[in-house]
Ligand binder design. Structure first.
Ligand code: FBP
Length: 546
């Protein structure tokens, strides 16, 4: 394999670990925990893994353990740092006993069910240290939720002598990790299951999880590109750039990029919902910013659009909720053509939702009515909101021009930044954070834990001061409707409108809208002054101010 010079140099980087993980550990247990909602129901569903304490690791005495093997699965969308979770786990497991082996299940949870695996050898591991991507074993979105999948899984786990399985994933995948942990505990199969918080979307966070890995690098990568566009835009002064940013549901990525780049407009889906804005309100808001700048002779600007915005416009949200129920109907399962599916949907929607459905541009309506991902989510990355909004803004400006409300020229360019950032080489923060998460998982395994998520806290401090431990996954759960049924799920963290990151943005956005206050963050740096190379996201910095 030919590798780049950067990759060669990065291979030599030794990620930092919290002090507590630099030697033998002891697990300090906190008080019993409760789920964030629906306590009685979650307790009943998870009798073996509910109520366990939060764990913190502190320096302790060495423990002797017989050799054991561990399995690892990468689940869902790629996020920078995944390979470092694996290298941290690999090094952690080997440090406990060099005879221990790590097996990777190939292409996501499906690899466990289909018995598709490979051993992660030291030679293989060394090729992937500090690199982006999930390609060492691949990832997939197979949903692990059926008993027969769990039973097929245990066959291969037993065959390979695997004592613990680590599942690296977002909220849905960690929910499934917890269901699997509970199942294996109830059956007394003797296999532990540990989760790891991954997703560029940044929406797997709570009081115990400061951030999901990959968010830092992905946002820095998108911010570099937005900064470049802003500089281009400020050089030619003739385009409005409509930039859609990944983040299937929450707007954390858009907000972080706005904090880094100071664009003219950034929509925040959670605010659109809270203010009960219609699609027309959103368009008017952008058009107003365009008109205000045009009045000063500035016929250029940048608009950041969170990928999931369409789902947060209240009328469309109601429509999607009903569409989900309609698509879950038994009769819908045998439909094979897109047209038939759209007609079926139209025939089953309520009067009010049908009117909203018909009012949408046909490409958007079709996408909402078509297939969901395996977790039942609308595939928002396929909806071209950036084009839809700029088209509607152009129409509105044309009307305003006729009445003299707008004088200016409106030219637009469109971008979607998503896949460009998900496999970027991890920033120093993600390289260290991910390595620590993986290493920490090996300590949770050594301490016999199951149904826990690996957590590293205090990450705005230098890595040596980071706090390592584990949080019971049931603690983050509540019941929500999925595929037409109430299911236990980890509560997704949306942008909080009374949180420090949004408040900072809201306090500055009027100025950023009018003036050309762009910031050009430039590319991620790995070597150089710490304030350039080791800064966390602005979101985390603002959230962690005590
Ligand atoms: P995860 O939550 O699985 O990490 O994935 C997030 C994400 O990158 C979203 O931002 C995006 O909407 C989605 O994955 C795209 O999915 P796919 O990779 O299947 O196209």
């Amino acid at each position: 394999m030919t590798i780049s010079n950067l990759q060669k140099a990065r291979a030599a980087y030794q990620p930092k670990l919290p002090k507590a993980l630099q030697g033998p550990v002891k697990a300090v247990e906190g008080a019993a925990t409760q789920s964030v909602g629906n306590q009685a129901e979650i307790k009943e569903l998870f009798p073996n893994t509910y109520g366990m304490p939060v764990i913190t690791f502190e320096p302790g005495d060495p423990i002797e353990l017989p050799p054991f093997n561990v399995g690892i699965i990468l689940s869902g969308g790629q996020a920078p740092g995944g390979h470092n979770v694996i290298s941290g786990l690999f090094d952690g497991v080997k440090s406990l006993n060099p005879a221990n082996k790590l097996y990777g299940f190939i292409l996501g949870p499906g690899g466990l069910v289909d018995h598709n695996y490979m051993e992660i050898t030291p030679e293989l591991m060394d090729q992937y240290r500090n690199t982006g991507g999930f390609d060492i074993i691949g990832s997939g979105r197979t949903k692990l939720e059926e008993e027969d999948q769990f039973e097929k899984g245990i066959q291969i786990l037993r065959e390979l002598g695997i004592k613990a399985l680590v599942i690296i994933g977002g909220d849905d995948s960690n929910t499934n990790a917890c269901v699997l942990a509970e199942y294996y505990a109830a059956k007394k199969y003797g296999v532990q299951v540990i989760g790891c918080p991954k997703t560029i979307d940044g929406d797997l966070k709570n009081e115990q999880i400061e951030t999901s890995f990959g968010f830092d690098t992905a946002c820095k990568t998108y911010s570099e590109m937005i900064g470049n566009i802003q500089r281009d835009c400020n050089s030619s002064r003739k385009y409005w750039h409509f930039i859609k940013l990944m983040g299937r549901s929450a707007s954390h990525i858009a907000l972080e990029c706005a904090l880094q780049c100071q664009p003219n407009v950034c929509l925040i889906s959670e605010e659109v919902e809270a203010k009960a804005m219609s699609l027309d309100d959103v368009v008017t808001y952008i058009a107003q910013a365009v008109a205000t700048r045009a009045a000063e002779g500035n016929n250029f600007g940048t608009v950041l659009i969170p990928e999931g915005i369409i789902e947060f416009i209240p009328a469309i949200k109601k429509l999607i909720a009903e569409l989900n129920d309609v698509l879950a109907m038994p009769e819908a399962q045998s439909i094979t053509s897109a047209n038939e599916q759209i007609e079926f949907v139209k025939g089953h929607l309520s009067y009010e939702n049908l009117a909203v459905f018909k009012s949408l541009p046909s490409d958007v309506a079709a996408q909402l009515a078509l297939d969901r991902d395996p977790h039942g989510n609308v595939q928002v990355s396929l909806i071209e909101t950036e084009k839809l909004l700029s088209r509607m803004v152009a129409d509105k400006l044309a009307v305003w021009k006729r009445s003299g409300k707008y004088v200016g020229k409106f030219g637009s360019q469109h971008h979607f930044f998503g896949y460009e950032g998900r496999c970027a080489a991890p920033s120093n923060y993600d390289a260290d954070y991910c390595y620590s998460l993986g290493y920490n998982a090996s300590r949770l395994i050594a301490n016999g834990k199951t149904g826990y998520m690996s957590v590293i806290k205090n990450t705005t401090a230098p890595a040596a001061e980071w706090v390592a431990g584990g949080v019971p996954i049931t603690m983050m759960m509540n019941l929500e409707k999925r595929n037409g049924k109430m299911k236990p799920v980890i509560r997704k963290a949306l942008v909080e409108l009374d949180g420090a990151p949004f408040k900072f943005f809201a306090a500055h956005r009027e100025q950023w809208a009018k003036e050309t206050a762009y910031v050009y963050p430039g590319p991620i740096q790995y070597w150089g002054p710490s304030e350039v190379c080791d800064q966390t996201t602005k979101t985390l910095q603002l959230e962690q101010v005590k």
